[in-house]
Design a protein around this ligand. Structure first.
Ligand SMILES: Cc1ncc(COP(=O)(O)O)c(C=O)c1O
Length: 372
């Protein structure tokens, strides 16, 4: 069995992605010399949640494991309906996948074509771009605005020029942790050119605090040309369980349905059900804890006059004042693995918010490398 460290070393430089991979794989395939890392290395590279699965989900999984010799096909109707209900949606308005990666994958497959591009911004989550390119679909990139928010006018303009396509908008955006405000989102939904679908990736929406950050799910309920993706990998801490879902108008869901892989793991599905049933006790404390740790890190950076992009996700981009690739490369042997570089944001280092103890170690290692 490959340990996580060995996996990182194994997939090191040069590994080629043929299918969409979740964040960890993107981050770790850049890991160089992972074999030589200290035993107690802190991983702050993949925007995972150190809290892991909630206790209710762990209990549900333990109970389910002995019965996992069967597919449990007959249960999935109710399971998927519970996922839909958790967001006040009808079952026909949602589609569940193996992580939101799978949903993004089949949304791109269904709504782009050799003549209908994927239109997005740079930098953003690269999974969708890789899928589109892998499928031979054109990709159009727009620049971020100086405050690192999406240029919604440019996105709409490009979609108009292409006579339609799929706009991918990650909100909050990975890797910048910046948001597209509700006002901008509202404008974009109201000004989608003909033949254009807006795909809003809300993997990190649970971590936001700003009143300007609002979900695009109401547009789905209103029947707009909008698809929203959500994941249980981040706030719910279940990245390894691989569950996410898409929300959209039933006719859009029907176009994606034939492209999905099949039902998900019953163990993961039951973990999700248990988490949804207990979400009032899971989400608020997790949010409060993340927000506190994130705020402390921001204060620490401000005290040292280090600039960063105001974070709205469980990660932050810090300006290291030099090439972030070299900076990031110096950290792992001191015991912390930060995110990989995200061109064209060459001086910005992306760091996942971990536990308080992990962030204390991060500050120590970061400061050592920063001071040279
Ligand atoms: C913005 C964004 N969307 C989607 C994903 C895919 O996550 P998952 O497939 O685990 O739901 C990630 C992973 O990190 C991400 O950063």
């Amino acid at each position: 069995m490959l340990t996580r460290r060995a996996f990182a070393a194994h997939i090191g430089l040069g590994a080629a992605a043929v299918r969409m991979l979740p964040e960890m794989a993107y981050a770790q395939r850049e890991a160089v010399g992972a074999r030589d890392l200290p035993q107690d290395v802190v991983w702050l590279n993949a925007n995972e949640n150190p809290a892991g699965p909630p206790p209710a989900s762990l209990a549900a999984m333990r109970e389910t494991l002995p019965t996992s010799g069967r597919y449990h096909f007959q249960e999935f109707g109710d399971i998927y309906a519970a996922v839909a209900k958790s967001e006040d949606l009808e079952p026909g308005q949602t589609i569940v996948g193996a992580g939101s990666s799978e949903v993004l994958h089949f949304a791109i497959d269904a709504f782009t074509s050799p003549t209908r591009p994927l239109i997005t911004m740079t930098a953003t989550f690269e999974g969708p771009l890789e899928v589109a390119r892998g499928l031979g679909r054109p990709v159009v990139l727009t620049r971020l605005l100086p405050d690192y928010s999406a240029d919604v006018h440019a996105l709409a303009e490009e979609a108009g020029k292409a006579h339609g396509g799929l706009i991918y908008l990650c909100n909050p955006n990975n890797p910048t942790s910046a948001i597209t405000t509700h006002k901008d989102l509202e404008w974009l939904v109201g000004n989608l050119p003909a033949g254009t679908i807006l795909l809003v990736d809300e993997a990190y929406i649970h971590f936001g605090e700003s009143p300007e950050l609002k979900s695009a799910l109401p547009y789905v309920r209103q029947g707009k040309d909008v698809i929203v993706t959500r994941t249980f990998s981040k706030m719910y801490g279940m990245a390894g369980l691989r569950v996410g879902f898409g929300a959209a108008r039933p006719d859009l869901i029907r176009r994606m349905t034939p492209l999905r892989m099949g039902v998900i793991s019953i163990v993961s599905a039951r973990a999700v059900l248990a988490a949804l049933a207990d979400r009032q006790n899971i989400l608020p404390p997790r949010h409060a804890s993340l927000a506190k740790t994130r705020r402390e890190l921001c204060d620490w950076l401000r005290e040292r006059k280090l600039s960063f992009i105001e974070p709205h996700g469980n990660f932050i981009m810090i300006d290291v004042g030099r090439n972030a690739r070299e900076f990031a490369g110096a950290m792992p042997r001191l015991g912390v693995v930060p995110g990989r570089p995200f061109p064209p944001l060459d001086n910005l280092l992306r760091v996942t918010i971990g536990t308080d103890a992990e962030m204390a170690k991060f500050r120590d290692v970061f400061w050592k490398v920063y001071q040279g």
